[in-house]
Design a binder for this molecule. Structure first.
Ligand SMILES: Cc1cc2nc3c(=O)[nH]c(=O)nc-3n(C[C@H](O)[C@H](O)[C@H](O)COP(=O)(O)O)c2cc1C
Length: 178
């Protein structure tokens, strides 16, 4: 089972990207979490640019989404919402319809006490408008600072590690039980 992981941050040391690497390490047996890290290569979306063929980065992204059994999107919170770069990514995949019915986990990570819950809620709303199959049992809002990860990027808190495993298990279960 292939899970395509998308981080909504452009930062080199992004907590959200690090969390997705942890997801790859902790993913259940029989699943593979593969990150697409070309968010910065996507042009600004405009319907006038949404041509056939689309820009190369868009074509690559859409192909990977089509081939994936499930999506795992992890968003930072910027001004109580998802960052514009992630919304831009979602705009590129509306017209292709590749997210329709795709089992999708919506995660957020932020140093704040709410763990980016408002951005996560906005992400869920947008995904539902796009007719993705949001797997609510696999949702996660993690309060996370760099100090919550060790030098190898592993979660220090066993409760957070368990939450991650449970969310991944729920996503994998949703794929096999439509
Ligand atoms: C422009 C900006 C706005 C932010 N707004 C919020 C916010 O509304 N809520 C929040 O919890 N954190 C906010 N933060 C802090 C981010 O959650 C924090 O920088 C986080 O590490 C970003 O995710 P990343 O590490 O994956 O890049 C903001 C950060 C920036 C740069």
């Amino acid at each position: 089972m292939r899970i395509l992981a998308l981080s909504g941050s452009l930062r080199q040391q992004s907590l959200n990207a690090l969390l997705l690497r942890e997801a790859a390490r902790l993913s259940p047996v029989g699943t593979e979490v593969v990150s697409w890290e070309r968010l910065d290569d996507l042009p600004h979306y405009s319907p006038e640019r949404d041509l056939d063929p689309p820009p190369a980065s868009v074509a690559e992204l859409r192909g990977l989404i089509r081939e994936a059994d499930a999506l795992l999107i992890c968003t930072p919170e910027y001004i109580h919402a998802m960052p514009a770069v992630l919304k831009n990514l979602l705009e590129w995949v509306v017209s292709s319809g590749d997210c329709v019915a795709k089992p999708t986990a919506a995660w957020s990570a932020s140093p704040s006490l709410e763990g980016g819950a408002r951005a996560q809620a906005a992400l869920v709303h947008t995904l539902e408008v796009m007719s993705a199959r949001v797997v609510h049992a696999s949702s996660l809002c993690l309060t996370l600072a760099r100090s919550g990860l060790d030098d190898e990027g592993r979660l220090k808190d066993p409760a957070q590690e368990s939450a991650l495993r449970a969310a991944l298990d729920a996503l994998a279960a949703a794929v096999v039980t439509p």
